[in-house]
Every structure is written in structure tokens, then in C-alpha cells.
Design a binder for this molecule. Structure first.
Ligand SMILES: Cc1cc2nc3c(=O)[nH]c(=O)nc-3n(C[C@H](O)[C@H](O)[C@H](O)COP(=O)(O)OP(=O)(O)OC[C@H]3O[C@@H](n4cnc5c(N)ncnc54)[C@H](O)[C@@H]3O)c2cc1C
Length: 306
């Protein structure tokens, strides 16, 4: 892992720095590159705008590792309102949640109840619920909770990270469920015995996992989503889709503000594309992860100072 990436990821866990950034106007300006606005109405307007270009969206409220049951309940209730507003505005939008935002560190059973309630609500509204993948210490719990939710609801999916050494086995274990899987490279600071340290190896593992997901989709066993901005990887996956009978059976998801032209071009070529829109005031750790993905982004911050 590059030094700048690991440094940015370490800094992402600093409460002091988070407070400094939140109070600075330049940081708020810089972060706007990756979000249409800090509140839900801005995210809904962003979704409506993308829908005009045939691009669906996934909304997520920023926040993680809440410390109380009340906070977790408030997050659940917020997402209930999100589903209501998506229905009222007829938006082709899904929702993605972090389990530690729904109280995983506070109590697993309550967190499971929140996930089941949100999956039921998503189903009622004809939408879809995604479960993000966080640091490696949460993977077992996340997969277990996904299994519980998938046993009751079809419209729930989970993220898997290609950088983790364990992910090929996790995928093998999940495939019998005909799962919806959002495959990403992985955004956290992990030790080398847990995650592949070299980007080249992560890219190779992503491609191998993607082919397995395409094969599963081609035989009606699951719904893959490729969550990446790596256009070379996307091109190789698209090439493989037809020989694996998976054309039209997968989606490409990208982050708001990253490779926007490619999002539009892929949608115009008939690919199913969605953009993940984040909103909320707890953006520091998430924003640092975006900087770490492309340390050159730090220059955007520096430039916004002037
Ligand atoms: C829809 C979606 C959901 C995600 N959910 C999760 C999750 O639940 N858990 C998790 O650990 N990670 C998640 N991620 C983040 C993911 O793990 C990667 O950190 C991130 O997508 C960057 O990797 P990449 O696949 O785009 O490939 P890279 O090889 O890192 O990037 C490919 C190219 O895309 C461009 N690019 C990538 N990121 C940025 C950026 N931030 N700013 C500007 N340009 C950029 C660059 O030009 C780069 O060369 C998600 C990503 C997406 C798109």
C-alpha cells in the first residue's frame, strides 16, 4: 500500500482532525466535489438529475460506528423517511447502509432488527437495500446479518471487497443464496495478512471474482454489481459478459463525482449504471477514504484553499 494512501486512511480515524475539517469552509467546499449537498433534499435532487440521463442512484447517509441504541434507531428512522420520499418523488433509487451506523457495535440483535425492518420497507416500496462492507473485523457479522436478511427478503444485497484474502471463500459460501453482491476493491487500512497489499493483486482478484459472479448471473444465480471506476476492468468484464450469458444481468455502480463522463457514456451504451450519492454532515472519515483512493485528490483540497 502506498505511503500516502495508508497515511490518509490512518488520519481518517482522527476525531481531532475531523473536527478541524468540519469547521473549515475550504474543506466543506472541497467535499462538495463528491456530494451534491449535505442534506437529503440535495441528494434527492441529485438523484432526479441523474435519472434524466438514465442513471439510477443509491443513497447513503454518512456516519459510522454510532455509540448508542438511540442513535442507531434515529438512523433507521431516517432511512424509513428516505424510502417514503423516494416513493413520493418516483425516483429509481436504492439505499445503502453501514451496519455500524445501525448500531452493530452497540448490539447485534438490535442492528439485525433494524436491517430486517429496512429490508421489509424497501420491499414494500419496490426498492432495494444494500449493506456496505466496513473494516475486516466486521466481515463475519456483516455476512451473517446479510444471510439473515436474505432469508426473509429478496431485495437485499451485500458488498464484498476484492482486497481481502478471505473473499473468494466468502463468495463460495454465499453463492448458494443467489445473492446480490456489490463487488468493490476495498477502501480501508488493512494489514497484509488480511488484505492483499499490492494494487496489481487486488485488481487481479477483482477480475477473477467478477468472472465467478458473471457465471452465477448467467445461470440465474445472483445479481452482480461491479462497484468500480476502473474503466479497464469494466471493459474486460463487459467483454466476458456475453460468452457467460450475463449481458443485462449485472450493473455498474460508481461514486458521485468520480468519472461522471464514463457514467453517462456507459448508460448511453445501454449498461445499467447507478451512482452512489452520499450526504450528511459526518463526512470526514468517508472523505479521507476518497482522498486515499486517489492521493492526487489532495490537490483539489489545496486548490480550494485559494
Ligand atoms: C458504488 C460503490 C460502493 C462502494 N462501497 C464500498 C464498501 O461498501 N466498502 C468498501 O470498502 N469500499 C466501497 N467502495 C470503495 C471501493 O472499495 C474503492 O475504494 C473505490 O471504488 C476505488 O477503487 P476503484 O475500484 O474505483 O479502482 P481504482 O483502481 O482505485 O481506481 C480506478 C480509477 O478511478 C479513478 N478513481 C477512483 N477513486 C477515485 C476517487 N476517489 N477520486 C477520483 N478518482 C477516482 C481514478 O482515476 C483511478 O485511476 C465503493 C465504491 C463504489 C464505486
Amino acid at each position: 500500500m502506498g505511503l500516502s494512501r495508508s497515511l490518509l486512511l490512518r488520519l481518517s480515524r482522527s476525531p481531532w482532525l475531523a473536527e478541524q475539517f468540519r469547521r473549515r469552509a475550504f474543506a466543506r467546499r472541497a467535499v462538495r466535489r463528491f456530494m451534491p449537498g449535505e442534506d437529503l433534499p440535495a441528494a434527492l435532487d441529485g438523484s432526479a438529475e441523474l435519472a434524466k440521463a438514465g442513471i439510477g442512484t443509491v443513497l447513503t447517509q454518512l456516519g459510522e460506528q454510532v455509540r448508542s441504541g438511540q442513535e442507531a434507531q434515529a438512523v433507521r428512522d431516517h432511512y424509513f423517511q428516505v424510502f417514503d420520499q423516494l416513493r413520493d418523488r418516483f425516483l429509481p433509487t436504492q439505499v445503502s447502509v453501514k451496519l455500524t451506523h445501525l448500531g452493530l457495535d452497540v448490539g447485534r440483535e438490535a442492528c439485525i432488527r433494524h436491517v430486517l425492518a429496512l429490508a421489509a420497507k424497501a420491499q414494500e416500496e419496490g426498492s432495494f437495500l444494500w449493506i456496505d462492507m466496513e473494516e475486516s473485523r466486521y466481515v463475519d457479522a456483516t455476512i451473517e446479518i446479510y444471510r439473515r436478511a436474505r432469508a426473509e427478503h429478496a431485495n437485499v444485497g451485500v458488498c464484498l471487497q476484492a482486497y481481502l484474502r478471505r473473499t473468494p471463500q466468502d463468495l463460495t459460501a454465499l453463492l448458494p443464496l443467489s445473492p446480490a453482491i456489490r463487488l468493490v476493491k476495498g477502501a480501508y487500512n488493512e494489514p497484509a495478512d488480511v488484505a492483499l497489499p499490492r494494487k496489481k493483486d487486488v485488481d487481479a482478484q477483482y477480475y477473477t471474482l467478477a468472472l465467478r459472479l458473471l457465471d452465477a448471473a448467467g445461470t440465474g444465480r445472483g445479481k452482480p454489481v461491479f462497484g468500480t471506476h476502473d474503466l479497464n476492468l469494466i471493459a474486460r468484464i463487459r467483454e466476458q459478459a456475453s460468452s457467460r450469458q450475463a449481458v443485462g444481468r449485472y450493473e455498474v455502480h460508481m461514486l458521485y463525482g468520480v468519472r461522471a463522463e464514463a457514467q453517462r457514456a456507459l448508460a448511453a451504451e445501454g449498461e445499467k449504471v447507478r451512482v452512489l450519492i452520499s450526504y450528511g454532515s459526518h463526512w470526514f472519515a468517508w472523505y479521507m477514504r476518497r482522498l486515499a483512493e486517489r492521493p492526487a485528490n489532495v490537490w483539489f483540497v489545496v486548490r480550494s484553499l485559494f
